[in-house]
Ligand binder design. Structure first.
Ligand code: ADP
Length: 548
């Protein structure tokens, strides 16, 4: 008997121990699953809530919870739905409860998203007694899901935009290419008169230049998009850079009898600090557009400081380009900075252009920390674009000047440089493409140079070491011996004259690479006659190049 009792006692102790273990285990499960436990009675009573369940309502674990307090913590927009869901489990056969609602922390005001599930406990007669369940905070999870959805949508939109961009690009490239091939075919025709042939060749040239510009802009845009624009931050002369852009457009303006004016409103710094190349590219585009879309009147470029200079504060330079040309329609204004945004094909036919310039210029202006905006446009007054960018921090040693009187002063000097002659200069032009050889030969000969050609690096090395050349133009990618190896061989053999790399790779990093490899310069193909002559003249010491 006593033995039996002892066994019974042990059994009871084990049961208790097991029960404690069960509760502990349940507690641990709830804790680790970050679940709150709750228990509602009939008639909207609240029987038991765990501390964590209260946390989801911004309440401390000690708070005595009531149904009203619970409802107060539920987001007003979700209250009715939550209340009805609970009532339904007591009043209908639906004995489970699964819901997600927002809460607004009663003490902390924090908005959370809570997911709750519960089951009804019934009495012997299957009448609902209590609704017991767990809840969890799913705010982070939902936020991640929302972000993922957004990212997916954005990726889909970007993919559509890319396809659209490719389709546009293909169309834009085919248009000038079609014209080039078409006019070339006509020019070859035996029955073509000299006059017609001249016209066809002019069209080929115009379309070729357009294609060239388009490809440069597409490359630039892809760099901007991939965040790979190499931006320099150097000090350069503001009046000279402006003058360079304005001078380059003077001939076009003069052809249309347009006045092209450059002036400053108040004083502006003589030296500014940003990327000079991008600065000129943006201005070339907007001033170029102003000249292009104006048939009568003037284009005025005005530089000013956004605010009066304060020592220790950064200056902002504003350049506005105001024309008296056509108005940009209301509809057009919204899309003007989008890619391929010409109003319709008639714009291209009438004025030429790629529809990429403004999109690219805006991206570049943003990359410089500034912006490019369409300030105003009207039928009578034409359009005004404004480009602004942050300059260096102002200190009183910075020279401020008035601009205007000297605009265009550099133009003559540059024209001289551009029309420099290469008389008597001996040039070796190396390129594996016969067409390119011929083009280089003809262009350099037309400027007075004596030109010899070679079709690969090996032939170039032989010729350069045999004859006396003043300069070598060297293609990079060639069969037998590539341009870099040929340049190295020549240097090893003691050839000291300038060797300039010629390449279809037009990125800034390509130029940097060529210079690092030991070339004296890097010119990207296709190269225009005046640029080619200017660079060759510069490197052979015939002319000094204008560089800002
Ligand atoms: P495009 O190479 O065609 O000039 P842009 O991106 O530079 O390409 O310009 C897009 C379009 O914006 C132009 O085709 C033209 O319709 C309009 N536009 C730009 N600048 C001007 C301006 N100064 N006056 C009138 N229209 C302009």
């Amino acid at each position: 008997m006593s033995r039996f009792r002892k066994v019974q006692m042990t059994q009871t102790q084990d049961d208790d121990k097991n029960r404690i273990d069960c509760e502990t285990r349940l507690g641990l499960v709830l804790k680790n699953a970050k679940l709150g436990f709750w228990d509602f009675g009939r008639e909207s009573t609240v029987l038991n809530w765990s501390g964590r369940a209260k946390e989801f309502f911004g309440l401390t674990p000690e708070t005595v919870i009531t149904y009203d307090l619970f409802m107060r913590g539920v987001h007003p927009d979700d209250r009715e739905r939550t209340h009805r869901a609970i009532q339904r489990t007591f009043e209908t056969d639906q004995r489970t409860y699964d819901i997600e609602f927002r809460t607004i922390g009663i003490n902390d005001g924090v908005e959370r998203i809570v997911c709750a599930s519960g089951t009804v406990v019934t009495d012997e007669a299957d009448r609902p007694l209590r609704l017991i369940g767990v809840s969890t905070d799913v705010t982070e999870e939902r936020r991640h899901q929302h972000e993922l959805r957004l990212a997916k949508n954005n990726a889909e939109l970007a993919s559509v935009a890319k396809s659209q961009f490719l389709a546009n690009m293909s169309h834009e490239i085919r248009t000038p290419l079609g014209a080039i091939l078409g006019y070339a075919e006509l020019a070859i025709n035996n029955h073509t008169t000299e006059e017609e042939r001249y016209r066809f060749l002019t069209s080929i040239q115009r379309n070729g230049e357009l294609l060239h510009k388009l490809i440069d802009q597409i490359l630039d845009l892809s760099k901007v998009e991939a965040n790979k624009v190499d931006l320099e931050n150097v000090k350069f002369s503001l009046p000279r850079a402006l003058d360079e852009v304005v001078s380059a457009l003077r001939i076009k303006a003069a052809e249309k009898s347009l006045q092209l004016l450059l002036r400053s409103e108040g004083k502006v710094p003589e030296l500014v600090e940003t990327d000079p190349l991008r600065f000129k590219q943006i201005l070339m585009n907007i001033i170029g557009n102003a000249v292009k879309f104006t048939s009568k009147g003037s284009v005025t470029v005005t530089v000013r400081l956004a605010e009066a200079p304060v020592p220790g504060e950064r200056l902002t330079i504003v350049i506005s380009v105001c024309d008296t040309g056509i108005e940009i329609s209301q509809e057009k204004r919204r899309h003007i900075f989008e890619r391929f945004s010409q109003a319709d094909n008639s714009i291209t036919r009438k004025y030429g252009g790629t529809g990429l310039g403004l999109a690219l210029s805006k991206e570049l202006a943003l990359a410089l920390g500034g912006d490019l905006i369409l300030k105003e446009t009207s039928p009578r007054a034409g359009s005004t674009f404004e480009f602004f960018f942050p300059d260096s921090v102002y200190d009183e040693s910075l020279r401020l000047i008035h601009l205007g009187e000297n605009a265009g002063a550099d133009a003559d000097r540059r024209t001289q440089v551009a029309t420099a002659r290469l008389d008597g200069l001996r040039v070796l032009a190396v390129d594996d493409s016969e067409d390119n050889q011929f083009i280089l030969l003809s262009k350099l000969q037309s400027a007075g140079a004596q030109v010899e050609t070679a079709q690969d690096g090996q032939e170039a090395v032989q010729k350069a070491l045999k004859d006396e050349f003043d300069l070598v133009l060297m293609d990079i990618q060639m069969p037998v011996l590539d341009g870099v190896s040929a340049m190295r061989k020549l240097r090893e053999a003691g050839f000291r004259k300038p060797i300039i790399a010629l390449s279809a790779h037009a990125m800034k990093k390509d130029k940097k690479k060529s210079l690092e490899q030991g070339f004296d310069d890097h010119l990207s193909k296709p190269i225009q006659l005046r640029d080619l002559v200017r660079e060759v003249a510069h490197h052979s010491g015939l002319e000094s190049r204008t560089q800002h």
